[in-house]
Each structure stands twice: as C-alpha cells, then as structure tokens.
Design a protein around this ligand. Structure first.
Ligand code: SAM
Length: 268
C-alpha cells in the first residue's frame, strides 16, 4: 500500500470526537447517542451482509444495478487512475470501476464493517481482480486511513446516509482527493415526480420491512433503511453540504424520478 501512503487507522470503530459520540443523534426515527448509532449501524450491516446483494435486487426490482451502472459510466477515470470507493460493502461500484479502468487502474475498497468488506473481498476475487488492481482496507469513512491528495476519484454509494457525521465524511473525501479529482455520491434522495412520493412511501414502509423479515429474518434493519432515507438531506441540501466541504462545480442528477440522486463535485 506504499504508493497510497496508507496509514493505520488505529480506532476504526469510533466515528467522531467524544462530543459527537455522546450527543443525541438519530438512528432512523429514534433518538440515540452518537456511539449507540455507530454500534447499531454496524449491527445492521453485520446482520444483513450475507443476504445484502439478494436483498438489493428484491427491494429495488434490480434497479440498483442501473443506478450503479450510471455512476460507473459518469466516473472521470482512465487507465492508471487511483480510485477510493468508501463504504464499498459488497463491491459493486469498486468492481465496475476497476473493470472500466483496466489492468493499469487501481481501486481501494474501504468499509467500516468487517462482514460487509469480507463480502466485497470475496466478490473482488470472483471478478478475477488481483491485489494491486483492487484492495480491501477496513477504515471509517469519517476518519480515512489514507494520506492527503492520494486519489483521482472518490466514490460512495448508499453509504453516507449511515455516517454519524456526514460533514466529517465529506471533509475526509476532499482531503484524500488529488487536486482536480472527482467526488461522486450515489444516495437515496427525494422523489420529484408528482404523486411518486405517495406510492414510494407506501412501498417503502409496507413492503421493504416485510421482504427483509421474510428473507433475512431481520425486519428492524430494513425499517432502519427506509427511515434513514427520509432523514437524509434532499438533493439541494446535500449539494450545499458538498460545497461546504470545499468541492466546486457541484451538481446532481436524479434517477428514477429522484428516488436516487447522483451528486458530483471536484477538488479544484
Ligand atoms: N456501496 C455498497 C453498495 O452500493 O452496494 C454498500 C452500501 S451499504 C447500503 C452501506 C455501507 O456503508 C455498509 O457496507 C456499511 O458497513 C458502510 N458504512 C456505514 N458507516 C460507515 C462508516 N462510517 N465508514 C465506512 N463505511 C460505513
């Protein structure tokens, strides 16, 4: 990992400083302390890791593949680029980016959760990506274990919503990007088509937790998923947070009527 100046992140499990960890925050619609949120988010992903990919297909009717394909297509990378995929989970984005870059490119998958990153590592091997083309490193997205100015592109898909401190995450993405580098975030957002919000809410609150219960035996994790989506800033507010971290040329693109949005910004 020398070329990326990988630093050891000694305390991967403690996001935020001590005041953030003790201050009240939200876990879905519940109010909890910061440290309880981090623990419970990690519990959610440890619980669902082995069924994560199947659940994505069932809940989105396969649409998550299209959203992710669009993100990969929009990545301003080429042969020789160095990419960091934060909250990489089972690795869909990282594998797509590594394939797009070809053998000279390098992608680092990072995630705070061991079982999710283990799924990513397994799928990287299945995709035939050898170490050096794709490497997995456990790290907190709000306290990244990488040196300043190390990557040409930083991506995060469906991860930042779970962070205890979103602004701390954005500041870290900015720090590790090289000048000229691109940041991209794929995340659930707000429906913008008339009437879509009603149908989407009915599906989210009634169907998704039920599928979660039947397939994984864990209804609560999927209840958290739908609630955390409602808690996340809408397209405009999230753009402001990205600009606040120092990014320029910030814009977003809605997908599926705003159910999902792809935000981009650049470190100029
Ligand atoms: N990016 C993958 C995808 O699109 O399929 C996985 C997304 S999954 C919904 C969210 C991921 O965020 C989980 O793997 C979880 O462990 C990770 N995560 C949550 N909080 C994190 C943090 N503070 N730092 C790094 N990863 C985090």
């Amino acid at each position: 990992m020398n070329d990326l100046n990988h630093k050891t992140n000694a305390d991967n499990s403690s996001q935020g400083d001590s005041s953030t960890r003790s201050s009240p925050t939200h876990f879905g619609y519940e109010t909890v302390s910061g440290s309880e949120k981090v623990q419970r988010v990690m519990g959610v992903f440890s619980s669902v890791a082995s069924q994560y990919d199947l659940m994505n297909d069932l809940m989105s009717g396969g649409m998550h593949r299209c959203w992710k394909r669009r993100m990969i297509a929009a990545a301003a990378i080429g042969a020789g680029s160095r990419v960091l995929d934060v909250a990489a989970g089972s690795g869909d984005i990282a594998i797509g980016l590594a394939t797009k870059m070809g053998p000279a490119g390098r992608v680092v998958l990072t995630d705070l959760n061991g079982p999710m990153l283990a799924e990513g590592a397994r799928r990287v091997i299945d995709a035939g990506l050898l170490p050096g083309r794709a490497d997995c490193i456990q790290s907190d997205g709000t306290k990244l274990a990488f040196a300043d100015n190390s990557f040409d592109c930083v991506t995060i898909a469906f991860g930042i919503r779970n962070f205890l401190d979103i602004e701390a995450g954005l500041a870290e993405f900015y720090r590790v990007l090289k000048p000229g580098g691109q940041f991209m975030c794929l995340e659930f957002s707000r429906p913008v088509l008339p009437g879509l919000d009603v149908v989407y809410d009915a599906f989210s609150f009634n169907v998704i937790p039920l599928i979660g219960e039947k397939v994984t035996g864990d209804r609560d994790s999927y209840q958290y998923l739908v609630e955390s989506i409602r808690r996340f800033p809408d397209q405009g507010r999230f753009e402001k947070l990205i600009r606040g971290a120092g990014f320029e040329l910030v814009k977003h693109e809605n997908m599926s009527g705003g159910i999902v949005a792809l935000h981009r910004g650049y470190k100029i």
